[in-house]
Write a protein that binds this ligand. Structure first.
Ligand SMILES: [Fe+2]
Length: 320
């Protein structure tokens, strides 16, 4: 992309407060379309798939703006980038007409084997150069703005030459990409690695934030495990507000991947997130497309002839 990312950010739509598209709650999600501004989907779950998965994506596309959040780009790996993966990802993103797409600052593969886990990287200059180069290559190939997400991690890789915040900053600025800022991950890391979450946020280029994640976690003794299986806690709402006071954000997503409550509880959490956003960014709390879509009947799924036929993988919807 020839244009600076911060210029690109100005042209991106403000899509509001959304929810992850998950198979277990898909029907209720579609039935509550008026209370959810947009959906985030895991593209690996829709590559080369037909049947129910394809139908689910098409139904979502008929009712919501969609944004893609991948898990298998493995941007930090020393494995070659997969042409096949990128080709299939691009097809899904084109079908979803996603305004941006994201994956994690981590590696998920080594020696061609996928780990199904988001593994931390060494905070080194060599890793910055390697990852920034790969981000530029995938941005150019996909031709849509790319956001990298900060992960939660439970061990530090050896050989660090800089801090976590410096590493994230170097990656964002060298690659000239956007940030998907997960403030639950910041909170989890701040507890497990004993640092001040606001100090971390003050050190990274918050103006590159396009999207945010908020989620719940599980506390076990002195440690916190990022589960996406519990309600948000007050410190995470406070970190959301801290960021929204400092930079314009185009979408906030509630991540809930397990231990699903009654759907009304998720709707109530979306309202609480909107109430936080309303204080500083009313356009985010009440995006323009939402008011328009409320007057529409849910659309029937469009004729789905753009996605490749059935026969591929069905990865579990893990996300950070
Ligand atoms: Fe996340």
């Amino acid at each position: 992309m020839a244009r600076d990312f911060l210029d690109i950010k100005k042209g991106l739509p403000v899509i509001g407060v959304g929810l992850g598209l998950r198979r277990e709650i898909a029907d209720e999600t579609f039935n509550h379309a008026n209370e959810i501004d947009w959906l985030e989907f895991v593209p690996e779950n829709y590559m080369r798939l037909g049947g129910m998965a394809k139908e689910r994506l098409e139904t979502a596309l008929g009712q919501f703006p969609l944004v893609s959040h991948g898990v298998n780009l493995s941007i930090g790996s020393t494995d070659e980038l997969s042409d096949q993966y990128l080709s299939e990802l691009k097809q899904v993103l084109d079908r979803a007409n996603a305004p941006w797409w994201s994956d994690h600052l981590c590696f998920t593969s080594i020696g061609g084997a996928y780990m199904h886990d988001l593994l931390p990287l060494p905070f080194t200059k060599e890793a910055v150069r390697h990852i920034a180069d790969r981000i530029k290559r995938v941005q150019d190939y996909i031709e849509r703005p790319f956001l990298i997400e900060n992960i939660s991690f439970y061990m530090n890789m050896p050989g660090a030459e800089m801090t976590d915040a410096q590493f994230m900053t170097e990656i964002l600025e060298t690659a000239d990409c956007g940030l998907l800022l997960d403030v639950n991950n910041v909170y989890v890391n701040s507890v497990n690695h004993n640092f001040d979450a606001c100090d971390y946020l003050n050190q990274i280029p918050l103006d590159r934030t396009v999207q945010m994640h908020v989620a719940g976690h599980k506390r076990i003794g002195e440690y916190v495990i990022d589960t996406h299986g519990a309600p948000l806690i007050e410190p995470v709402y406070e970190l959301l507000n801290y960021v929204l006071e400092r930079t314009t954000v185009h979408g906030v997503l509630l991540e809930r991947d397990q231990n699903f409550p009654a759907f009304d509880e998720l709707v109530a959490e979306l309202k609480m997130i909107r109430a936080v956003a309303q204080k500083t960014q009313p356009g985010l709390a009440s995006p323009t497309h939402r008011a328009a879509s409320r007057t529409l009947e849910p659309k029937r799924p469009a004729a789905a002839n753009s996605l490749p036929a059935k026969g591929g993988r069905d990865l579990r919807a893990l996300s950070a």
